[in-house]
Design a protein around this ligand. Structure first.
Ligand code: LIP
Length: 265
């Protein structure tokens, strides 16, 4: 079995177990553990518990790999492989009891920096929605037995998704981007989960997605899904505090970039 498929199978197994734990804790009642960059940027006790489970399972299976998790930070390795993990992406949805949350696990080769890493495998498990999206580099992207493919034709306009940062001071700039993007859109969705938005672009359920300020763990697995589904994922203004991510099929990506590239942070 290739390394990519081996890493994918490990990611899927751990994402399944972690997703079931997140779902169980949700049903038992969610408890706020802390706030981070702002009062709106929350972490629950389940976020921390799920990441501890993921980190333990991956370390037991591949002790020489590195790790970068949203809640427990970075740990270096010697294998050249780093696991990039968001234990519960869509944390606010999770805290409010909305189903659009997921466990996002990716294995990358090289430093855990989106501009330089080579994503090898990924899994996005949405336990409350009963779906797990998977990809291994060179082996396509899948949900169950269905191979994923981005859309190519948007005669009525593109169905787009976006997100907003936790800092209210960034909302006006994000709304300016929405206003520009709407000139090519049939409608807009805001799920509250970057990994799920990326999975839906890969699955052809969205024509495109853009958002500023995502962290490596928000996008690592989902970007590989889009790539393996024939899409394009780019990041812009990477030197700024809030890089812009654009993910779509090639034509929609080009149109979105032309519209959004004129807006600087
Ligand atoms: C979230 C992303 C979402 C974004 C939020 C936040 P978290 O990640 O999935 O797209 O709009 O600001 O970054 O915090 O739930 O892991």
């Amino acid at each position: 079995m290739s390394l990519e498929l081996e890493l994918r199978d490990l990611a899927v197994g751990v994402a399944r177990e972690a997703g079931e734990l997140a779902l169980r804790r949700r049903r038992e009642g969610v408890h706020l553990a802390a706030t981070k960059s702002s009062i709106a940027d929350i972490v629950t006790e389940a976020d921390r518990e799920v990441e501890e489970l993921i980190r333990g399972r991956l370390t037991a299976a591949r002790p020489d790999d590195g790790f970068l998790g949203e809640e427990s930070g970075a740990g270096s390795g010697t294998s050249g492989i780093t696991w990039v993990v968001d234990p519960i992406d869509g944390t606010v949805n999770y805290a409010y009891g909305m189903p659009a949350y997921n466990v996002s696990i990716a294995a990358v080769r090289g430093a855990p920096v989106p501009e330089s890493w080579e994503a090898l495998a990924g899994a996005v498990h949405a336990p409350a929605l009963g779906e797990i999206f998977t990809a291994a580099r060179g082996h396509g992207a899948w949900v169950g037995e269905t191979r994923l493919s981005v859309t190519s034709d948007t005669p009525a306009g593109a169905l787009l998704a976006t997100g907003f940062g936790y800092d209210p001071a960034t909302h006006e700039g994000d709304l300016a981007a929405v206003r520009r993007a709407m000139s090519m859109a049939r409608d807009l969705r805001r799920s509250g989960s970057a990994a799920l938005d990326l999975a839906y672009v890969a699955a052809g359920r969205l024509d495109g997605y853009f958002e500023r300020g995502l962290q490596p763990w928000d996008l690592a697995a989902g970007a590989l899904l889009v790539h393996e589904a024939g899409g394009v994922v780019t990041r812009h203004d990477v030197g700024s505090a809030r890089p812009l991510l654009i993910a779509a099929g090639p034509d929609v990506h080009a149109s979105l970039l032309a519209l959004l590239d004129q807006i600087r942070e």
